[in-house]
Design a protein. Structure first.
Length: 117
């Protein structure tokens, strides 16, 4: 009599791959800093002709508490206008950037356009 053969057991089901978050979901946990208060520079009459249609590029380093430091990375050609712009930009207030719901430091570059009416 032939010896009994062991019954073949069914292979275990394959292990499902680990859950992977789609890239969109990962990015949605980050939010850029938002400007809460942004007064425009007040240009004195004697500089109005020079300020028409000028712009500067400002870089804001926003801390997790919402305070910011600012510098002009592309100033106007007029030093007096640049001082006025910087003095005004220093009064801007931010809501900090968020990463996974926690405030984090961030950097933003913003164009500041001088419009004289």
């Amino acid at each position: 009599m032939p010896s009994p053969t062991p019954e073949a057991s069914a292979p275990p089901p394959p292990t499902p791959p680990p859950a992977v978050q789609p890239q969109r979901a990962i990015e949605s946990t980050r939010a850029a800093a938002r400007i809460l208060y942004k007064p425009l520079p007040k240009i004195p009459d004697e500089l109005r002709d020079q300020a028409i249609e000028m712009e500067a590029l400002a870089r804001f380093d926003v801390k997790p508490d919402g305070t910011a430091t600012v510098e002009l990375v592309r100033p106007t050609p007029n030093p007096a206008l640049n001082r006025i712009i910087l003095d005004t930009l220093r009064t801007w207030r931010f809501f900090p950037a968020l990463d996974a719901g926690r405030p984090v430091a961030s950097t933003q570059e913003l164009r500041v356009r001088l419009e004289v009416h």
